[in-house]
Design a protein around this ligand. Sequence first.
Ligand code: ZN
Length: 154
Amino acid sequence: MSAELDELYQSIILDHNRRPRNFRVMDDASAHAEGKNPLCGDQLTIWLKLDGELISDVSFQGSGCAISKASASLMTAAIKGKSRGEAEQLFTKFHGVVTGTHPEDAEALGSLKALGGVSRFPLRVKCASLAWHAMHAALVQNDVAGSTAPVTTE
Ligand code: ZN
């Protein structure tokens, strides 16, 4: 990665950490799930509002490192207005890029590719995927009974 790109990506992460998007509790959510990353101390809650297959609104709150917060913020911006299937597909691509198994998918990620650099730091991969695991858990739980249970990133 060129130094210029590195700088651009870092500024995206810093911006989303400083001014996280969709950072609020959602009172009328269809589903929510908590995510915890004990290794780093990150914890957050993701709220989803579902309109059939459509994710019509998404928000999060929590505390943690800059990577976990920026990733949650970027995720909410990326999946709002998408279908559940599209959100899950994006998670698969994002996961492949941050774990370094599918770096070629980075171009399909838009601003989310700013987090691609964490593939060089294995411990940071969990920080970057935490919000996504929680989003996935909220979607799955909505299928079951609308109930919630905490998740921990693997
Ligand atoms: Zn972290």
